[in-house]
Design a protein around this ligand. Structure first.
Ligand code: NAP
Length: 491
């Protein structure tokens, strides 16, 4: 392994046109370690006037970046990937420090995040067009793919590295330049990624990182969406903000990719392997303290095996070790911020007040710190409870019983979200029926962890538009240009 490059310091300025950049206003905001509640860095609080500088830089850089060959872009992305791999432990420490994940999980996210840079360094060279047989002898038809132009990438805090690399490496591979707006809670990773991109030889202005507080973010987002000099937006975050950005993009008829919230059903049918289902449930529910968009939100369990599933899930949950993610043995960290704590508390209290049974947990775990929450297991859930309809985004497992396959599917699909869905069954015909009937973009069959660089990630209904990763990931950043060659003399 290479020596760490920044063992004692992180970049703490925004990154615009290859320069470390302070806000014109001189304002800053603190980055908080969610495990301790203490500030670990202070970064510039950019406003729209600063972001305009970044948009100009991305436009200038696009003039030359779009003319690079696919092989040149591929080589630069590969350099970036190599540096990221050499520094994987360092990157994982940042994830743990600013997002609170247990270190082993942070290393997992870094491997996943880095893999997008590797993947798109390879895909860059496969940005193929199409030759189409013409119906007319004197004409030939060709379709080529060209980069959209400078794009805006707005990312959440729950995967500080992967949500950026999934977008930025696809954009760069396609020949786009970008302005990245990371979440207020996790800007350091974005700045480190920019530093490593610079070290890899990626030219100035191709990647810009604009850090902004939650107070300044709406004006930054609005400028990115409404600017005629930004040609596409890719957003990962809540459905509420996604809808707002979708509206703002309409003013310039801008391409937008939306990876939004989920409300994943996790069905276990009788005849399934309950032990495997419980293992899958634990991986899906408690990764990142329940704060993943593909996290199982509702466990929908066939009544014959309901008591067995709940008992086994409870005993697995009792083994979770809560604490600061940097400490060895810890496998569940804090929630990211106080508004997440309040949201989870509100959802659990609502269930309590409406008669649900709290089998386990149900309270803040304040002995560990103010952002910690107990692993919580709830049964006797009714349709009018917030835990039934809302994306919980916390360590709360909600179990609902059903009798028939039809009833289970009805409960699973009774939501306007459609990101991921999971089910456990050993009946082959049922596997096909349920796979087709689930109204989601991604299905885990007898599997609780489904994210993969090679597979298309995305949702249906109000969970989003478009797909990231996979051989489709670059499509979001390219336009098809149809070229008609006429007056061709065939003989
Ligand atoms: P969020 O509040 O929507 O924030 C996501 C990003 O949008 C952050 O950078 C945030 O900046 C920014 N933002 C907030 N308000 C904005 C505005 N008015 N204009 C422009 N940008 C704005 O979501 P979150 O709470 O961070 O993340 C949790 C949500 O993301 C969950 O619903 C989860 O399911 C979803 N998610 C989806 C996927 C997926 O791939 N489908 C992956 C991960 C997460 P600030 O931090 O400064 O507010």
């Amino acid at each position: 392994m290479c020596a760490l490059r920044y063992s004692s310091s992180w970049p703490t300025k925004a990154y615009v046109n290859g320069q470390w950049y302070d806000a014109k206003s001189g304002k800053t905001f603190d980055v908080i370690n969610p495990a301790t509640g203490k500030a670990i860095a202070t970064v510039p609080d950019l406003d729209a006037s600063d972001v305009q500088v970044a948009i100009n830089a991305a436009n200038d850089a696009f003039k030359t970046w779009k003319k690079t060959t696919a092989k040149e872009r591929s080589d630069l992305l590969r350099n970036w990937y190599n540096i990221l791999v050499d520094n994987k432990e360092y990157l994982a420490e940042i994830v743990t420090a600013e997002a609170g994940k247990p270190l082993a999980e942070s290393l997992g996210e870094v491997a996943y995040g880095n893999s997008f840079v590797e993947w798109f360094s390879e895909e860059a060279r496969r940005n193929y067009g199409e030759y189409v047989p013409s119906p007319i002898k004197s004409k030939e038809i060709l379709m080529i793919r060209q980069p959209l132009g400078p794009v805006g990438l707005i990312t959440p805090w729950n995967f500080p590295i992967a949500m950026i690399t999934r977008k930025a490496s696809a954009a760069l591979a396609a020949g786009c330049t970008c302005v990245i707006k990371p979440a207020e809670n996790t800007p350091i990773m974005a700045l480190v990624l920019a530093k490593f991109a610079e070290d890899a030889g990626i030219p100035k202005g191709v990647i810009n990182v604009v850090t902004a507080s939650r107070a300044n973010t709406p004006q930054v987002g609005q400028l990115l969406c409404e600017s005629p000099d930004i040609y596409g937006i890719s957003f990962t975050g809540s459905t509420e903000v996604g809808k707002l950005l979708y509206k703002q993009c309409s003013s310039t008829v801008k391409r937008i990719g939306l990876e939004l919230g989920g409300n994943a059903p996790f069905i276990v049918f009788e005849g399934a392997d309950v032990d495997k289902a419980v293992a899958g449930a634990m991986a899906s529910k408690f990764r990142n303290c329940g704060q993943t968009c593909v996290s199982a939100n509702r466990f929908i369990i066939q009544n014959k095996i309901f008591p067995e599933f709940v008992t086994k899930l409870q005993s697995a949950m009792e083994k979770l070790v809560i604490g600061n993610g940097k400490d060895s043995g810890v496998n569940m960290g804090p929630l990211i911020n106080m508004s997440q704590v309040e949201k989870v508390d509100r959802i659990v209290n609502d269930a309590k007040s409406k008669g649900a049974t709290i089998v386990m947990g149900g309270n803040r775990a304040q002995t560990f710190g103010e952002r910690f929450y107990e692993p919580t297991l709830i049964t006797d859930v009714k349709e009018n409870m917030a835990c039934y309809v809302e994306e919980i985004f916390g360590p709360v497992a909600v179990c609902i019983g059903f009798d028939t396959e039809e009833e289970g599917l009805k409960i699973a699909n009774s939501t306007n979200r459609g990101l991921a869905g999971y089910f456990y069954s050993n009946d082959l015909s049922q596997v096909w029926r349920v796979t087709k009937a689930l109204e989601v973009g991604m299905v885990g069959v007898n599997e609780g962890i489904i994210s993969s660089t090679e597979a298309a990630f995305g949702g249906v209904k109000e969970s989003g538009l478009g797909r990231e990763g996979s051989s489709h990931g670059m499509e979001e950043y390219t336009e098809i240009k149809y070229v008609c060659f006429g007056n061709i003399q065939q003989e």
